[in-house]
Design a binder for this molecule. Structure first.
Ligand code: WQD
Length: 352
C-alpha cells in the first residue's frame, strides 16, 4: 500500500481501534498502531492481521511519551492523519482516580497536537463520547444540543479534549504569521457493542465488565452468576434506561468516512463534531430480551437499584453524520448481540 494514506492509530489494539484498523485496510489506508496494551492484549494484533490479510505495523508505546511518539513519526514518514483512541474509559474508575484520567486522556492529546504541528500532520479524528451531553433536555440529541457538566472525570476529559481541539484549530486560523494546517473531527460515540462477524476480534473487558453487553454475554456463558438491571423505575416504557447501541463495525466505518471528509476539506483549519449512533434507542430489558432471542439462552437477571451517574435515556440524531459524512449505521441490535455472543463463544473455545 502506498504511504499516501498512512494513518497513525493510537489505541489501535483496543476494542474500537482494532475494528477501525480492519476497516482502514479495507478502504486502502496503511494504518500504523501505537498501543501500550493498558486495555488490550497482544493477541488482538493476530486477529486484525488475519481479517485484514496483511501485516500491520505496530509500536508498543505510550502516547504520553513524547520522545517515543516523535521517534515513531521520524521512522514512519508521511503520516497523513491520526485517529486517537488511546484513553482510559471506565467511568467509575475515573471518579476514584481523576488525576490518572486527566493526565492520560488530556496529556496524550497534547503530545499528539505538539507533534502534529512539528511534523505537519494535518488531520486528526478524535474518539469522543455522548457523555458530553449528560442527561439531555431534548431527545434525540443533535450536535447542537447543549453540553451539560460532565457526570464523571472520564466524561470531562472528553469535553476538555474537544475544547482543546477547537481552541488549537482557532489559534492556527487566527495566527496569520505562522500558518499551520489542523483539521479535526470529534466523533461522539453512543454505546458501542458487538464484534467483528469473523469472531477474530471483539471486546476484551479486563476484569469485571462495566458495560451492559459484555456483562450479558459473560453471564450467558457462565462466567457471571447473574446480571443486575440497574433500576426499573425510570420514566421509560418498561422503566429501564434507554441507550443507542451501535455495532462496532458501523462505528469503525465512521472513522474511515471522517478521515476521507478531512482529507477533502478545503479549509486549512477545521473543527467539527458528529454523533455516531443508530438514531434509535433500546431499553435495558429490550437488550436482554433481544439477546435471549438471538442466543437462544435464558439470562439470569434481577432488578436492582439504580446506578449512580446513569442518565435515564439518550440516543442520537444522526442526520449530520448521514448527510455530511455520508455515513450511517446499517447493523441493528440483533446483529450486534448475535456478533457479541459469537465472540464470547469464540473466547470460551480459545480458553478451553
Ligand atoms: C448501559 C445501560 C446501565 C450494566 C458508558 C460510558 C460511555 C461509553 C459506553 C466509553 C445503563 C445498564 C449496565 C449492568 C445494567 N464508554 N446496565 N446492568 O453507562 O450508557 O455508557 O459506556 O466511551 O461513555 O458512559 O453504558 O453499558 O455501562 O450501561 O443495567 O450490569 O445498561 O444502567 O442503563 P453507559 P453501560
Amino acid at each position: 500500500m502506498d504511504d499516501k494514506n498512512k494513518v497513525l492509530v493510537t489505541g489501535g489494539a483496543g476494542y474500537i481501534g482494532s475494528h477501525t484498523v480492519v476497516e482502514l485496510v479495507a478502504a486502502g489506508y496503511t494504518p500504523v498502531i501505537i498501543d501500550n496494551y493498558s486495555n488490550a492484549e497482544p493477541s488482538v494484533l493476530k486477529g486484525i492481521e488475519k481479517i485484514a490479510g496483511t501485516p500491520i505495523k505496530f509500536y508498543e508505546g505510550d502516547c504520553n511519551d513524547v520522545s517515543y511518539v516523535e521517534n515513531l513519526l521520524r521512522t514512519e514518514k508521511n503520516i497523513q492523519g491520526i485517529i486517537h483512541f488511546a484513553a482510559y474509559k471506565a467511568v467509575g474508575e475515573s471518579v476514584l482516580e481523576p488525576v490518572k484520567y486527566y493526565e492520560n486522556n488530556i496529556g496524550s492529546l497534547l503530545v499528539l497536537l505538539k507533534l502534529m504541528k512539528k511534523y505537519n500532520i494535518p488531520d486528526i479524528v478524535f474518539s469522543s463520547s455522548c457523555t458530553v451531553y449528560g442527561q439531555p433536555d431534548q431527545l434525540p440529541v443533535t450536535e447542537k444540543t447543549p453540553k451539560k457538566p460532565a457526570e464523571s472525570p472520564y466524561g470531562n476529559t472528553k469535553q476538555v479534549c474537544e475544547e482543546i481541539l477547537e481552541d488549537t484549530v482557532n489559534s492556527y486560523f487566527q495566527n496569520k504569521n505562522e500558518q499551520h494546517n489542523l483539521k479535526a473531527i470529534a466523533l461522539r460515540y453512543f454505546n458501542p457493542v458487538g464484534a467483528h462477524p469473523s469472531s477474530l476480534i471483539g471486546e476484551l473487558p479486563l476484569g469485571v465488565p462495566n458495560n451492559l453487553v459484555p456483562f450479558i454475554t459473560q453471564t450467558a456463558v457462565g462466567l457471571r452468576e447473574k446480571i443486575v438491571v440497574f433500576g426499573d423505575n425510570y420514566n421509560t416504557p418498561d422503566g429501564t434506561c434507554i441507550r443507542d447501541y451501535i455495532h462496532v463495525v458501523d462505528l469503525a466505518k465512521a472513522h474511515v468516512k471522517a478521515l476521507e471528509y478531512l482529507s477533502n476539506q478545503e479549509k486549512a483549519q477545521f473543527f467539527d463534531t458528529f454523533n455516531i449512533g443508530t438514531g434509535g434507542g433500546n431499553t435495558v430489558l429490550e437488550v436482554i430480551k433481544t439477546f435471549e432471542k438471538v442466543s437462544d439462552q435464558k439470562l439470569n437477571y434481577e432488578i436492582g437499584p439504580r446506578r449512580e451517574g446513569d442518565v435515564e435515556q439518550i440516543y442520537a440524531n444522526v442526520e449530520k453524520s448521514n448527510t455530511v459524512l455520508g455515513w450511517q449505521a446499517i447493523l441493528g441490535l440483533e446483529e450486534s448481540l448475535r456478533d457479541s455472543w459469537a465472540w464470547q463463544l469464540a473466547l470460551k473455545k480459545a480458553n478451553e
